[in-house]
Design a protein. Structure first.
Length: 350
């Protein structure tokens, strides 16, 4: 791959207060981009982070052809930089792109572009617990045309943002019984931008009632539990960890599959199966529902302290030695090169 690199003249890193970062608002010195034109991906480039210019008729603005990924890079005490299962993100962005009739991005372009970008902006990856570099690969439709059809031109990009420990405060959720995140035959399993746009209004309504997230249910009858906000969701009933199976509606989360594999390795019973709302409500009523937590790249694991279903409200007990805290620490220790990686999940940037 003939990667073209244009370096910045002067880094802006000295202007950044790394102790007071707002998630996703500060970006590193460089960005990666590659255009798809005339049926082929062109020469990829790394250049200084900057604004882009688009024609008002670019198809991304009109038909929403846009997919993305979320990843993190970590720096250990030896100043080495590590990624966590990046092959999964590379595969998934192409799976998402295929569903929106967008061209697959070559694996070698993805990895060489990503590693060269991280080597250039290595100083932006801060050491220490909770610190990371959030990485956002994405693809958008750029053809200048408002006909209702798939674009002929696309732009693939990677931008990076330094972040601190993700803390969203106390999280309580409202179980959805009207709005849906996705339906069979739709794009729920893809990280399509429109999936997230469509979730904002129901999330706002829930927030107005004091809930931080919506716990999504199936679109047919709102009978089965599926995802929590923008994360996969787990339930601990007694000492068994439950989570819904992936499907056309549910994102195949990298953190989700890592939690399942890690928990099973540690002897924790895991059941991946459809979970009825009534089952979890009943478990909460009889004291068997011990934990609920969301799983995703940003927070790794986000404990859920309570939930509402229709007119009923439930608070979860405070559990010592919770599965959530144990699994979160174990996964973050692997990510930050503080523990053995028996699963081969770490990827060294070199």
């Amino acid at each position: 791959m003939a990667l073209q690199i244009e370096k910045i003249k002067k880094s802006k890193i000295s202007d950044v207060d790394f102790n007071n970062l707002k998630f996703g608002q500060v970006f590193t010195d460089h960005m990666f981009e590659c255009d798809y034109e005339n049926g082929a991906w062109q020469t990829p480039k790394i250049r200084p982070y900057q604004a882009l210019a688009f024609d008002p008729s670019a198809k991304v603005f009109h038909y929403g052809q846009a997919v993305f990924e979320g990843m993190k890079a970590y720096k250990d005490e030896n100043n080495d930089v590590w990624l966590f299962r990046p092959d999964q993100n590379q595969e998934r962005i192409n799976k998402s792109a295929e569903r929106l009739d967008m061209p697959a991005f070559p694996k070698e372009y993805f990895f060489e572009g990503l590693t060269e970008l991280l080597k250039l902006d290595k100083e932006w990856v801060q050491k220490g617990e909770g610190n990371a570099l959030y990485i956002r690969p994405f693809v958008i439709a750029t053809e200048n045309c408002v006909s209702a059809s798939a674009s002929t031109n696309y732009k693939f990009m990677i931008i990076c943002s330094p972040v601190q420990a993700y803390y969203a405060g106390e999280v309580r959720v409202q179980i959805a019984d009207k709005y849906s995140r996705s339906a069979n035959g739709g794009v729920g399993y893809a990280k399509a931008a429109g999936n997230y746009a469509a979730s904002f209004y129901p999330a706002k309504l829930a927030a107005e009632q004091g809930y931080q997230q919506v716990l999504w249910t199936d679109a047919s009858n709102h009978e089965y539990l599926e995802e929590a906000g923008t994360m996969n969701v787990f339930f601990r009933v007694n000492d068994t960890l439950l989570t819904a199976p992936t499907s056309e509606r549910i994102l195949d989360g990298v953190t989700r599959k890592s939690i399942i594999q890690f928990a099973e390795d540690k002897g924790i019973k895991v059941e991946v199966r459809p979970i009825k709302v009534t089952e979890i409500v009943e478990a909460a009523k009889n004291g068997e529902l011990l934990e609920m937590f969301g799983a995703g790249t940003a927070a790794v694991i986000s404990p859920i302290l309570g939930f509402a279903h229709k007119d009923e409200k439930f608070e979860l007990p405070k559990v010592e030695n919770s599965y959530a805290s144990f699994i979160k620490k174990s996964l973050t220790d692997i990510q930050r090169n503080l523990a053995e990686d028996k699963f081969g999940w770490r990827f060294k940037v070199q």
